[in-house]
Design a protein. Structure first.
Length: 265
């Protein structure tokens, strides 16, 4: 269960909309993992018409390293194709609204990207990701970055509205419901930081995550090495270093700690 006492000082925002948010917060508080909280948030946001969500959280982040996915925790309901283009292939580094949120907190309409495109003021990279995401159905929505109550900890959302609506309609939905939407996003960001309690040295890199997931699938070191095209000694060395960073003795203990931190489900 979420240790609410640790974050109560940050939940003053609840006083503005207690009736609207009380059910969601109760769901967060009774959840056993960040992933369960995420499903509650998805249901809540879908009630306003935002049926696809992306959340990213990165400690020790600034303009010089935000493009590096190491240490970034990502939750997405966009689907594997969009996740590949926007996240894994780092399309987000050329996304206009992501760049805006890097230097600002608060909400920004996706109209910002459309206006910049129509005015011919996009770089080649910005234009490519703008067209690619629209072709994949990301037409109207909002992006949002929570207040940075923790120094150098960036967290933000990409909220896509259901298909068939133009941005003008979504802007009005946002304006009508911002008092209910923004506190929910802020609280989720706080909850995420509470669950994701790993230090910067404990965060998994891409190779380590793949190895751990295969461990969870019951694979042996030999099988993992073959699947990831790694030498067995390399796999074993990576696991030794990970156990040392996590300050545990066994792989089972490492898996348990990573699950508690929310780094793996």
């Amino acid at each position: 269960m979420l240790p609410l006492r640790k974050i109560e000082w940050e939940l003053i925002i609840l006083k503005t909309q207690p009736d609207v948010l009380s059910g969601l917060i109760s769901s967060f508080a009774s959840s056993s993992s960040i992933f369960e909280c995420w499903e509650h948030l998805r249901t809540y946001m879908n009630s306003f018409g935002f049926d696809r969500l992306l959340f990213a959280s990165k400690p020790y982040a600034d303009a010089t390293n935000f493009h590096n996915l190491f240490g970034t925790f990502v939750l997405s309901s966009y689907g594997p194709v969009i996740d590949q283009v926007f996240v894994k292939d780092r399309g987000f580094t050329d996304d206009v609204t992501t760049k805006f949120l890097l230097e600002n907190t608060g909400a920004v309409s996706w109209q910002l990207s459309r206006d910049k495109f129509l005015d011919g003021k996009m770089s080649k990279g910005e234009e490519q990701i703008h067209l690619a995401t629209r072709q994949l159905g990301l037409i109207a929505g909002f992006s949002y970055s929570s207040p940075r109550s923790v120094e150098r900890h960036l967290s933000g959302f990409g909220l896509c509205f259901q298909q068939g609506y133009e941005q003008e309609h979504v802007d009005q939905v946002w304006e009508d419901n911002r008092g209910s939407i923004l506190p929910a996003l802020d609280v989720f960001s706080i909850v995420a930081r509470t669950y994701l309690s790993a230090t910067s040295s404990e965060l998994l890199d891409d190779d380590e995550e793949q190895i751990i997931l295969l461990v969870l699938a019951g694979k042996t070191n030999s099988e993992i090495s073959e699947l990831l095209n790694l030498h067995r000694r390399t796999t074993e060395q990576k696991m030794r270093k990970l156990r040392a960073r996590l300050e545990v003795e066994t792989t089972t203990q490492a898996v348990a700690k990573l699950m508690k931190q929310g780094q793996i489900a």
